[in-house]
Design a binder for this molecule. Structure first.
Ligand code: FES
Length: 166
């Protein structure tokens, strides 16, 4: 008889955790699939934070230190950004078709930061993700953990200005 290890619960009902979990399931939750799991987190959230790394470590039954080690060793992984506000622009297919690049250009023009960068005053970090699981709201943006959709570049910049001003 094989004993089934219990998997940790998803950290929240945010649909993006399901995408991450599905990627780990595809690899049978094997420890060697760690890099792919971290890619799945970054694709869904735009960056890796402690909550995500803990979830991956628990799911794959690996020590958290190992997950941190891999996440910080490879430069392609982006750790949680430094800005007070984080704006993740989805550049997945559905969002791309609906104008994700115009959003990125608009934000870059207004705030001077491209995905992966933080403003000098640390008020805003901009990131990109490959599908945040809200294709119906394309182009989707996740602002401080909340999905907002169907905004044009001007509306998004206005929204960001309001958030920063608060
Ligand atoms: S492609 Fe943007 S939410 Fe899916």
């Amino acid at each position: 008889m094989t004993l089934q290890r219990t998997r940790p619960d998803l950290p929240s009902n945010d649909k993006r955790w399901k995408l991450v979990n599905a990627a780990m399931r595809r690899n049978g939750y094997a420890g060697h699939a760690l890099i792919e799991a971290l890619h799945a987190v970054q694709d869904a959230f735009g960056f890796l934070d402690e909550e995500a790394m803990t979830f991956v470590a628990d799911s794959l039954d690996l020590p958290l230190s190992k997950v941190y080690g891999v996440a910080t060793f490879y430069h392609l992984f982006m750790l949680k950004p430094q800005g007070r506000h984080a704006c993740v622009v989805c550049t997945g297919t559905a969002c791309y078709i609906k104008g994700a690049s115009a959003l990125i250009e608009g934000v870059q023009e207004r705030f001077g930061v491209a995905p992966g960068e933080t403003t000098a005053d640390k008020s805003l970090s901009v990131l990109s993700a490959r599908c945040v699981g809200a294709c119906g709201l394309a182009p989707a943006v996740v602002l401080d953990g909340n999905v907002i959709g169907r905004l044009g570049p001007a509306q998004l910049c206005e929204r960001l200005e309001q958030e920063i001003a608060e």
